[in-house]
Design a protein around this ligand. Sequence first.
Ligand code: ZN
Length: 182
Amino acid sequence: MFEKLNILDEKDKHLRMVSKEATLPLSSEYKELIQRMIDELTYSQIEELAEKYDLRPGMGLAFPQLGINERIIVIVHEVDDGVFDNYVVVNPKIVSTSEEMIAAEAGEGCLSVNREVEGHVKRHARVTVEGYDIDGNKIRIRAREELSLAFQHEIDHLDGILFYDRIDPKKPFYNENELRLI
Ligand code: ZN
């Protein structure tokens, strides 16, 4: 049976805390929670199921959004119609970044931010992330474009940063000549 996660709103203090490193190996409760996060993110991107369960589409979640200030992120990336790649990274670290910056043309959203926030969030076009998988094996992921934005967004959550913190109030929008918009 599908039971919806209790995703905290941006006003909750957990969203503004710097999370501590998670301890490996992960407990079975954490592994179960991670599976629920994967399921809910996947369903949220399948129109029929999103409607059925009243889910707002999202491709990532971080543990602080569930009230647990430990460094674990989950990303579900639709790579083809109905085909999803899952990424679970424990204690993720961005170890290299491209000089090139990009932004999502339509702006970013967050499952903890229940309102429209307009503006371009400038981020690295490519990042390399290192960390551990749920079994404690060391992993290294190279992400580009949309997936790169997702990693940066989720890792920000571990440091208490929300996407709109990175929107310049003096210049919330860029044109195509100033920044590559995807
Ligand atoms: Zn978010």
